[in-house]
Design a protein. Structure first.
Length: 580
C-alpha cells in the first residue's frame, strides 16, 4: 500500500476528487486493503491516467506512456524478464548509463532500491499506469517470458530442452520445476486469450519459430512470445493434450478434444483441435463462453424491421429456415437465439449438432459421432420418432441430410439449419446442387437468411466522423446521398487494443420465400435472378444492412466493405431510396 505522504492533498489540488469522494475512496481502500490510487479508477471517479499523473506530480517525477515510446530492443535484452515481472517495472530509456524505469508505485523506496541492486546500475524512476507497464512488458518480452526464462535456468542447458522436439518426447520433462513452468505458461496463454475476448487461439510451429495468434472480433492478432519458446513446442502441445484428454503419444493423426474451464463465476468450453505438420503439431483452441451465449435476436443486432420479419418466421407451424454464411459468421448463435425464443413448455425441441456448442436448458441436444455411424441423417430419423415440434440440424452438408430435413418439414415440423453459401439466394443453388428437387425447396422453405459479423466502433474512444467522398463512392454511395448519418470512428484506446473496434454486431440479408421467389425456384432460375427479384420486393442486401449500421454509428463503412462482397451494390441508395 502507498504511504500517506500527502497524496490525498495532491488529488484534491488537481481536481481528481472532492472531499466527499476522497473520504469514500479512503474507506474502500482500507476495506479492500488496496492502495488509494488503485481504488479510485475502480470506483469510476477518474481514469488511471489522470490518477497516476497526480501521483507523478506529487513525487516530482515524469509521467510517461510507455506504449507510445520507442523502447530500444537492446535495452530490453539487458534487463531479464523475470526481474521486470517480479518487481513490476519496465525499462524505457538509457540516458548515458542511467536506465529510466517506469514504475507504478514510486513511493515504495524499497522497491526502487531493489531495482537498483538487480540492475547493478543507476536508475531514474518515472511513473506509468499498471496497465501500461503490463502491456509493454508483454510487447517487449512476450507472453510468459519470465516463465520461459525460469525453465531455461532450471534445465541443464538449452540443448536439453530443445531435444524435446523429437518424436519420442512426452509431456514429462523429467523435472518438476520445468513441468510446473510449462503448466503455468499454458494457463497464462489461455487466461490472456479469455481476458482479451479472443474466440480462438492458434499455436503454429514453423521451422524457426512458434507463432501464437489470437482471433479477436474476427481478426487475427499475433501474440508476442519469446523467441526461445520454439524449443518448448512439444511440451506445450503435450500439456494441452493432457488437459483435453487426448492421446499424447499420437502425433501423426489429427485429434479433437475439449477442456472445461472456470474463471471466477464464468465457465468456458475450450474446443481443441490438433493437426500434424512437417514442423510439429499445430493447435487451434476455440473459446466458447457459456455466459455470453444466451443472446436475444435484438441483442445480436437485428434492425427493428428485420426483427419483426424474423419473428413472423418463428411463428410458422412448419417449414425450413436456413441461416447461411461462412464459418465464424455467427450462424449457430442466431439459431440458438431463435430456439431460446421458442423454448416453451408446450413445445418439444430437439437438435442434432457437430459439436454441441452450448447447452440449452429445456432442449434435447444430440451430437453426431461419425466414427460409430451416428451421422446427421441417422439422427434425423431417430428425432422424428420423438414427436418434436421444432428441430435444428447443425448443418446441411449432403443430399441425405437435406432430404431428411425437407421430409421433416413436410410432415409438420419447423426445421432450422445452416448452409455454407455467400448470400441468401445462393441457398437455392446450393440445395439444387445437392440434387434436391426445386419443387421440394419451393414447397418447404420459409426463408433463407445470410449473415455476417461486423466489428462495432469502440464506445470508449468513439468520435464523430465524416466519411470522405472517395470512400463513399467505393462503397457505391454518391456523397450527396450520405444524408445526416451519425457516422463514428474509434480513435483507438486500451479498451480496444488501439484498433478502434470492440465487439461485433450481426448484419442480415433476409430472403422470404414469397410466391414470386417460389416460381423462380421451380423454374430453376439462377441465384442472381432470385436476388434481383427479392431486392425489388424490398430485401436489403448484406451491404445495405451494413450501411444502415454504419449510418447509425455502430460500425464503419470500411468495416462493412471488408466483410461484405463488392457484388452487393447499394441499389436502393443509388436510386435515392429515402428509407436507406
Amino acid at each position: 500500500m502507498l504511504k500517506r505522504k500527502g497524496i490525498e492533498r495532491q488529488l484534491l489540488r488537481d481536481g481528481v476528487l472532492d472531499e466527499k469522494k476522497l473520504e469514500r475512496a479512503e474507506a474502500e481502500a482500507k476495506k479492500n486493503d488496496v492502495s488509494l490510487v488503485d481504488i479510485i479508477p475502480q470506483l469510476g471517479y477518474a481514469t488511471p491516467g489522470v490518477v497516476y499523473r497526480s501521483l507523478a506530480a506529487f513525487c516530482d517525477l515524469r509521467y510517461v506512456t510507455p506504449s507510445k515510446m520507442d523502447i530500444p530492443q537492446d535495452l530490453a535484452a539487458r534487463v531479464p524478464a523475470r526481474f521486470v515481472t517480479h518487481y513490476n517495472f519496465v525499462p524505457v530509456e538509457d540516458r548515458n548509463g542511467t536506465i529510466v524505469v517506469a514504475v507504478c508505485d514510486p513511493l515504495n523506496s524499497q522497491l526502487l532500491d531493489d531495482i537498483r541492486l538487480v540492475l547493478k546500475t543507476r536508475i531514474e524512476p518515472v511513473v506509468a499506469t499498471p496497465n501500461e507497464i503490463e502491456r509493454v512488458t508483454k510487447a517487449l518480452y512476450g507472453l510468459g517470458a519470465d516463465t520461459v526464462e525460469r525453465i531455461l535456468s532450471d534445465a541443464d542447458s538449452v540443448g536439453s530442452v530443445l531435444s524435446l522436439e523429437d518424436d519420442h518426447a512426452g509431456s514429462d520433462l523429467g523435472d518438476e520445476n520445468i513441468d510446473a513452468s510449462i503448466i503455468k505458461f499454458v494457463n497464462e496463454l489461455f487466461l490472456e486469450a479469455i481476458h482479451s475476448d479472443a474466440t480462438d487461439i492458434h499455436i503454429e510451429p514453423f521451422e524457426d519459430q512458434l507463432r501464437v495468434r489470437y482471433r479477436i472480433d474476427g481478426i487475427l492478432h499475433q501474440v508476442p512470445t519469446p523467441a526461445s519458446i520454439r524449443g518448448f513446442h512439444a511440451a506445450i502441445v503435450s500439456r494441452i493434450k493432457i488437459m483435453a484428454n487426448m492421446n499424447i503419444a499420437e502425433k501423426r493423426l489429427p485429434q479433437d478434444g475439449k477442456i472445461l474451464a472456470s474463471i471466477g463465476d464464468n465457465q468456458y468450453d475450450l474446443r481443441v483441435s490438433v493437426l500434424p505438420t512437417p514442423h510439429g503439431e499445430t493447435v487451434n483452441t476455440r473459446i466458447l463462453s457459456r455466459s455470453s451465449m444466451f443472446l436475444t435476436l435484438d441483442e445480436l443486432g437485428c434492425l427493428p424491421e428485420d426483427l419483426e420479419q424474423f419473428n413472423r418466421f418463428l411463428q410458422r407451424p412448419h417449414g425450413i429456415v436456413l441461416v447461411t454464411g461462412p464459418t465464424g459468421s455467427g450462424k449457430t448463435t442466431t439459431l440458438y437465439a431463435s430456439l431460446s425464443k421458442l423454448n416453451q413448455t408446450d413445445r418439444k425441441i430437439i437438435t442434432i449438432e457437430d459439436p454441441i456448442e452450448y447447452q440449452l436448458r429445456g432442449i434435447t441436444q444430440m451430437q453426431v459421432l461419425p466414427r460409430i455411424g451416428f451421422d446427421f441423417q441417422t439422427g434425423l430419423r431417430s428425432m422424428l420418432r420423438h414427436d418434436p415440434d421444432i428441430m435444428m440440424v447443425g448443418e446441411i452438408r449432403d443430399y441425405e441430410t437435406a432430404e431428411m430435413a425437407i421430409r421433416s418439414s413436410l410432415t409438420g415440423h419447423l426445421v432450422f439449419s445452416t448452409l455454407h453459401t455467400n448470400d441468401a439466394a445462393g441457398a437455392v443453388t446450393r440445395l439444387t446442387d445437392m440434387n434436391v428437387e426445386p419443387f421440394l425447396i419451393a414447397s418447404t422453405m420459409i426463408a433463407s437468411v445470410a449473415q455476417r459479423l461486423v466489428r462495432c466502433v469502440c464506445e470508449q474512444c468513439a468520435e464523430p466522423h465524416e466519411p470522405d467522398a472517395k470512400t463513399l463512392e467505393l462503397f457505391g454511395v454518391h456523397p450527396d446521398r450520405a444524408g445526416d448519418g451519425q457516422f463514428r470512428k474509434g480513435a483507438g484506446c486500451e479498451a480496444c487494443r488501439h484498433t478502434g473496434y470492440k465487439g461485433r454486431v450481426a448484419i442480415y440479408e433476409i430472403l422470404p420465400f414469397t410466391n414470386a421467389i417460389k416460381e423462380l425456384t421451380n423454374s430453376r432460375a439462377p441465384a442472381s435472378a432470385i436476388k434481383l427479384r427479392a431486392q425489388a420486393a424490398g430485401m436489403k442486401t448484406l451491404r445495405e444492412a451494413g450501411w444502415l449500421q454504419a449510418r447509425r454509428g455502430r460500425t464503419t463503412i470500411e468495416e462493412v466493405m471488408r466483410v461484405t462482397s463488392d457484388a452487393d451494390v447499394l441499389d436502393a441508395i443509388e436510386t435515392g431510396d429515402a428509407s436507406v
